[in-house]
Design a protein around this ligand. Structure first.
Ligand code: ADP
Ligand code: MG
Length: 503
């Protein structure tokens, strides 16, 4: 079926020429006279159009309304902006247009843009990557560009921002699709196991290596290997990985013959790998080998405009999966989700939506269905719906500001909690042979001998000093015994005694 495009007639001359050009190019088109018509068509019409071209009237409130509906339904929008418009990019961002062109617009260019927008949308459907924010659109463009080649890709982003999803998308769109996609979490295994996991081992290579075992690189031959949390990789496997990237061959653990593979490497990290290099935790030569192509996935709190879309998609997905009749979410509840800060990013949002779809009693997510910690985390934060796109510098300032506000809230929260329980404190017990171990809270009073009392306001150093004093009291000043009790070396104890001026 031909792709459907609606063209608004606010600028009739443009509309007629564009409509004709789109038709010639094979689109199924319709001209609509008013935004309200379009809104109605989009709101109820089935099948929905694939793209809407707005030829004018962008400053009218009905345009903003229509664009909001289109955005929520993943319909692409192309706006034609007057040549007199002082800030077309800002206007497009505020309205949430998928793309814009300045007038007078060349019908051929409009058609090409519509084609590109529809293709991009298909790509999103294929990859499952949801998002209208400029950041996600940029990621999609990069995926398209990077898929056809075999160069190594480094994907950076906090946990839950979609790094693995992006890696799979690159693989699925590449000529390697149909070949294996093998994921390895480099943080999950101890060093020795990680090496044999990645590169395999020969029979008898180490105790317990009863058989030859193929590593992930061999299993991924012809396909793609996804090295998750590559920043956690210990030094020895880092050297081996460097070698694979340099000459596409490696030795199995205990092996003597190099093994050649044709594997595309996509590495992911939730740390800024460059900083790890600066700290000496990660080899710089390996960093440059991995960082040939680069994708950054911003945290969800930096692209809040995507939250309504994600929420609606996840609701639909889980309602279908759990076979529930579900109406959706109230505006108030949605606003709370937009305002929350999502430290676990999309993974956290997705899991929460699933649990709410399963548990919400009314077949609809309401504010009261949202767990308290999420509701409170958003309290007082300034970002409102619909998420307006701002300049990068503005976004950064906004982010810094938000972080400060959040920090302040956390400090206040901490203080409140401490004040709420003034006479309850944690006791750290120091007993013979035991390391420092926190035990149950008891009421405050002078610490009996051999006990260290934590009081609000104490720093870690204060607690340590108190523990040392208690241990020395208990051992009547015998430093060797005290250091044994404390589970530290005698030299460390001497150093700390000096540090705390206890000698
Ligand atoms: N842009 C997105 N659109 C839809 N779902 C997403 C998006 N990004 C992440 N997800 C989902 O969030 C979850 C976490 O994504 P994942 O790729 O495992 O993150 P990461 O590897 O960065 O920890 C997965 O269920 C994934 O499908
Ligand atoms: Mg992951």
């Amino acid at each position: 079926m031909a792709d459907r495009v609606l063209v608004t007639t606010d600028d009739l001359e443009h509309a007629v020429r564009i409509n004709a050009h789109l038709e010639t190019a094979g689109f199924q088109t319709a001209l609509t006279s008013s935004f309200d018509d379009v809104s109605r068509a989009v709101g109820t019409g089935d099948p929905a159009p694939d793209c809407i071209v707005l030829t004018g009237g962008l400053h009218e409130t009905s345009a903003a309304h229509l664009l909001r509906i289109a955005r929520d339904r993943s319909i692409s929008t192309l706006g034609l902006v007057e040549s007199t418009e002082p800030d077309p990019k800002g206007l497009a961002g505020r309205l949430g247009l998928t793309a814009y062109l300045a007038k007078p617009a060349d019908p051929a260019e409009v058609t090409a843009t519509v084609r590109r927008l529809i293709d991009r949308r298909r790509l999103q459907e294929r990859t499952g990557i949801i998002g209208e924010s400029p950041a996600i659109q940029e990621v999609l463009v990069k995926i398209e560009q990077m898929a056809p080649v075999s160069s190594t890709v480094l994907v950076e982003g906090e946990s839950g921002t979609g790094k693995e999803l992006v890696a799979r998308a690159i693989h699925d769109l590449s000529p390697r699709r149909g070949q294996p996609f093998i994921a390895v979490n480099c943080a999950a295994l101890p060093e020795a196991l990680l090496e044999s996991e990645l590169f395999g081992h020969e029979k008898g290579a180490f105790t317990g290596a009863a058989e030859r075992r193929l590593g992930r690189f061999e299993l991924a031959d012809g396909g793609t290997i996804f090295l998750d949390e590559v920043g956690e990789m210990p030094p020895a496997p880092q050297v081996k990985l460097l070698r694979v990237l340099e000459d596409r061959s490696f030795f199995r653990v205990g092996g003597t013959h190099p093994i050649a593979v044709d594997v595309r490497v996509i590495a992911a990290t939730n740390k800024a790998l460059k900083e790890e290099v600066a700290l000496g935790q990660f080899r710089d030569d390996l960093f440059y080998r991995l960082n040939v192509l680069y994708i950054y996935l911003p945290p969800l709190r930096a692209r809040k405009a995507d939250i309504p879309l994600l929420v609606r998609r996840f609701i639909a997905e889980f309602a279908a999966a759990h076979d529930k009749r579900f109406r959706g979410i109230t505006p108030e509840a949605l606003q709370i989700l937009v305002d929350a800060d999502w430290p676990g990013n999309i993974r956290q949002l997705r899991n929460l939506v699933e649990s709410m779809v399963v548990l919400a009693p009314e077949g609809e997510i309401r504010a009261s269905d949202i767990p308290r910690d999420i509701r409170e985390r958003g309290r007082g934060l300034p970002m409102r719906l619909p998420g307006a796109t701002r300049s990068v510098a503005g976004q950064e300032l906004e982010f810094i500001f938000r972080s400060l506000v959040e920090l302040k809230l956390q400090v206040e929260d901490l203080r409140r909690r401490l004040e709420e329980r003034p006479q309850r404190v944690e006791v750290i017990e120091v007993g013979p042979g035991s390391a420092l171990a926190p035990v149950a809270a008891v009421d405050t009073e002078p610490a009996p001998d051999g006990e260290v009392v934590y009081r609000p306001g104490m720093t870690m150093a204060d607690v340590e000093r108190a523990a040392i004093e208690a241990a020395l009291r208990q051992t009547k000043g015998n430093r060797r015994k005290a250091s044994e009790i404390l589970g530290i070396g005698e030299r460390t104890l001497y150093r700390k005694l000096k540090e705390y001026a206890l000698v």
